[in-house]
Design a protein around this ligand. Structure first.
Ligand code: FAQ
Length: 326
């Protein structure tokens, strides 16, 4: 066979693999780690899934800040469990991403050098106890809206990880809402604290669902591959429609003078989002970007001796086993 013929037959082979892959996506079949997949599909999943994992891990920091200051033992236990759950989510997601051929060390390196993103929402400070309520209610609330469709995403390991994650996130959302409910029905000072937290977290929570569809570079392709099942704007609208009545119920006011029910559309119209703020935060200039990354990198460096000790122990054990076998 000539070089030209080999090239042609290879191109034909790739086309038929791609056609079969598209047909599997159309049939809603799950794509598994050892299946053939287009390189771009693999890379897009590594990008989204690793950023999702990083968000879970960095997302522990704002709430971790309040574990020692929770107002009661019950609140402390619930917050501790929630933060621990987020660590678990990060670990499932790192494991699921590793099935695409990237190592955990590479992913950490991308996070620590600023090459990989994590969610903008975790670059805001947690100033009062009410922020624990606002994060659970709004941030986990927005996360669930985004993640329920991901339970049905086309890549098997991601979809399966999301099922467990969503169950835990719904507990997080309720514990946050319960904190807000208690504060909103408490003393005037407590209600004011809850309202202040809502004022500060509302807009960043809307931004968290990503840029508007016309500015979202990945949505069109990700929808075709069924990685994303809903667009950023669809998710944002769903989040607003779900959350506004919850705020009404506990007597808090959404900080948006343009928010109003649109009878014709059957959903809320809302005000202009400050996308300049969003991009500033994404590019590393949010109020807490530097502190978050420093905490993360410091923890990684401080943990080096533990990793080294674990490796040395594993090596010793393996050597002993080998000697015994001989
Ligand atoms: N922050 O074209 P698109 C949680 C970037 S988990 C930073 O629309 P895509 C649980 C985007 O990466 C929260 N960057 O992108 C918890 C892209 O840049 P790139 C995380 C953002 O991927 C609660 C560029 O902008 N959840 O909260 C953000 O189609 C409490 C263009 O954007 C997930 O990761 C942002 N907010 O849609 C934990 C869910 N938005 O990569 C602790 C999975 C966009 O080209 C405490 N991810 N960018 O450099 C997704 O669903 C999607 O990735 C979106 C973005 C919807 C986030």
């Amino acid at each position: 066979m000539s070089e030209e013929q080999i090239k042609n037959s290879w191109t034909e082979h790739s086309r038929s693999l791609e056609k079969e892959f598209d047909a599997r996506i159309a049939r809603d079949e799950k794509i598994e780690p050892k299946d053939w997949m287009p390189e771009k599909y693999r890379q897009t999943h590594i990008r989204q899934m690793s950023q999702h994992a990083h968000s879970e891990i960095v997302g522990m920091l704002p709430e971790g800040n309040w574990i020692t200051r929770a107002p009661s033992l019950r609140r402390k236990v619930a917050l501790l469990a929630k933060v621990q759950d987020e660590a678990g989510h990060g670990l499932y997601l790192y494991s699921a991403t590793e099935t695409l051929g990237i190592s955990r060390d590479e992913m950490y390196e991308q996070l620590h050098t600023g090459k990989a993103k994590y969610s903008s929402i975790f670059n805001y400070p947690t100033l009062t106890w009410a922020d624990m309520g606002a994060i659970g209610w709004l941030v986990d609330g927005a996360a669930i809206i985004n993640q329920v469709p991901l339970c049905n995403t086309s890549y098997g390991p991601y979809a399966r990880a999301m099922i467990r994650v969503c169950k835990e996130e719904s507990f997080h959302q309720r514990q946050g809402y319960e904190i807000m409910m208690k504060l909103a029905n408490g003393t005037p000072e407590q209600k004011e604290m809850a309202q202040d937290a809502l004022n500060r977290w509302w807009w960043p929570s809307l931004m968290m669902l990503g840029p508007t569809d016309d500015k979202s570079v990945h949505t069109a392709q990700s929808m075709k591959w069924k990685l994303k099942r809903k667009t950023n704007d669809e998710l944002r609208q769903q989040f607003i429609d779900q959350t506004v009545p919850q705020a009404d119920l506990i007597g808090l006011t959404i900080p948006d003078p343009d928010l109003k029910w649109n009878e014709e559309r059957g959903s809320y119209d809302f005000g202009e989002i400050d996308w300049d703020e969003f991009w500033q935060v994404v590019k590393g200039h949010g109020p807490m970007n530097k502190a978050r990354m420093k905490a993360r990198v410091d923890a990684w460096e401080r943990g080096e001796w533990v990793r080294n000790a674990a490796m040395a122990h594993a090596e010793k054990k393996a050597n002993r086993k080998q000697k015994q076998a001989v």
